[in-house]
Write a protein that binds this ligand. Structure first.
Ligand code: PMP
Ligand code: GLU
Length: 400
């Protein structure tokens, strides 16, 4: 057989985070004691009251039919209400589109807004799926890269320099996956000052880690700044803040024509998101945020512990992540070094070396547009993190 596989798929990279997680899972199933720090997945259970809402929805027998494509009206009302009250974003239910995770929200946007030849400015380091989804739409990602010295945050000047007549959108996450960096209000305002000059460029602000923020300023949304709501799509979801990765609920709040475009494509590809998951999401967004805040406190403590443990490893250079649950150290000091058997040339090889020798899975920075770095997720227990860092310290010290 000569099976047809499209050029679209041939040209697409596999998700590096999911691929590394699968590799770790496979080694684990062979009985190898792998500590998996590759996947950005909360190690907490979905809070009980959210679980209960899903059980109640099933027992009511009211939610077995196709839900509306863009999500149940009451969920969209609750999301619009939350965005207004908590984020200062003017929003109405018809601007909300609920999807199968924020990943689908982003795919919807790319496929419904971009034509071949269009450019999307992607702030680097970036989350792995951004660039592949831009390319899937036939458009071109243009990278604007933040340096470690500037906490991996690109500046307004860099943004301005990257804009061309083909630029259609700017995409970033804050808090950032993979760097943990958070744009302050002042920094967002500087970016906004550039963006307000262009009526043909939209901002895609991925705020899925909004609750996992360790700073005193709290989360600031781009769309809350003057003049920005009309040009900003806010992307968010329940996976991270509510430990609901498997429930698959994400959403956008967008100017109406964009919300309609995203709904149109979703209507052809998947229809509305799982009815029961939406009822759970409604409880998450309208009820007690304490479990979310407690999880964030734990991530904050772990971040501090991880920074202390990484400080004990000569050659490892980090910024101080202000949110999310990742550390993104620069490990280029180890390139060209060998343990006597294996020579490590780059971040890809270092990630494999760490997996094979320390049995700890991390993700190469190359997949995030930062070839000098690796990403370590600290969404794991203190004991696992301590053990993983002890192993890492040992195998890095063997590289001479
Ligand atoms: N955006 C960012 C920055 C992420 O890290 C993730 C991780 N999964 C997503 C979007 C997608 O999340 P989900 O599809 O689980 O809602
Ligand atoms: N966003 C998470 C990560 O970066 C989950 C994996 C994925 O969806 O790619 O690890």
């Amino acid at each position: 057989m000569n099976y047809p596989i499209s050029d679209r798929i041939k040209n697409m990279s596999e998700s590096a985070t999911l691929a590394m997680a699968a590799k770790a899972r496979e080694l684990k199933s062979q009985g190898i004691d792998i500590i998996s720090l590759s996947l950005g997945e909360p190690d907490f259970k979905t809070p009980k009251h959210i679980q209960e809402a899903a059980k109640k929805a099933i027992d009511s027998e009211k939610y077995f039919a196709y839900p509306p494509v863009s999500g149940y009206q009451d969920l969209r009302e609750a999301i619009a209400n939350k965005l207004e009250k908590e984020n200062g974003i003017p929003s109405s239910p018809d601007q909300i589109v609920v999807s199968n995770g924020a990943k689908q929200s982003i795919a919807n946007l790319m496929l419904s807004l971009l034509n071949p030849g269009d450019e999307v400015i992607v702030f680097a380091p970036f989350w792995v799926s951004y660039t592949e989804l831009v390319k899937l739409a036939g458009a071109t990602p243009v990278y604007v890269t933040g340096t470690l010295e500037n906490d991996f945050k690109p500046t307004a000047e860099q943004l301005k320099d990257a804009i061309t007549d083909n630029t259609k959108a700017v995409l970033y996450s804050s808090p950032c996956n993979p760097t943990g960096s958070v744009f302050s209000k002042e920094e967002l305002e500087k970016l906004a000052m550039v963006l307000r000059q262009y009526d043909n460029i939209v901002v895609m602000s991925d705020e899925i880690y909004e609750h996992i923020n360790f700073g005193n300023e709290g989360h600031v949304s781009m769309a809350s700044l003057p003049g920005m709501a009309e040009r900003t799509i806010t992307i968010n979801g329940f996976s991270k803040g509510f430990a609901m990765t498997g429930w698959r609920v994400g959403y956008i709040s967008a100017p109406l024509p964009i919300a309609k475009a995203a709904t149109k494509i979703q209507g052809q590809i998947t229809s509305g998101n799982s009815s029961i998951a939406q009822r759970a999401a409604l409880a998450a967004i309208t009820e007690d945020l304490k479990p979310t805040m407690d999880m964030t406190k734990t991530y904050h403590k772990r971040r501090d512990m991880m920074l202390d443990l990484l400080k004990e490893m000569p050659g490892v250079v980090t910024n101080v992540p202000k949110g999310a649950f990742y550390i993104f150290p620069d490990i280029s000091n180890f390139f060209g070094k060998s343990d006597g058997e294996t020579k490590v040339k780059n971040a890809d090889e270092l990630a494999i070396y760490i997996l094979k020798k320390a049995n700890v899975s991390v993700v190469t920075g190359t997949a995030f547009g930062a070839p000098n770095c690796i990403r370590i997720s600290y969404a794991a227990s203190d004991d696992e993190l301590k053990e993983a860092m002890a192993r890492l310290k040992k195998v890095l010290a063997e590289l001479k």
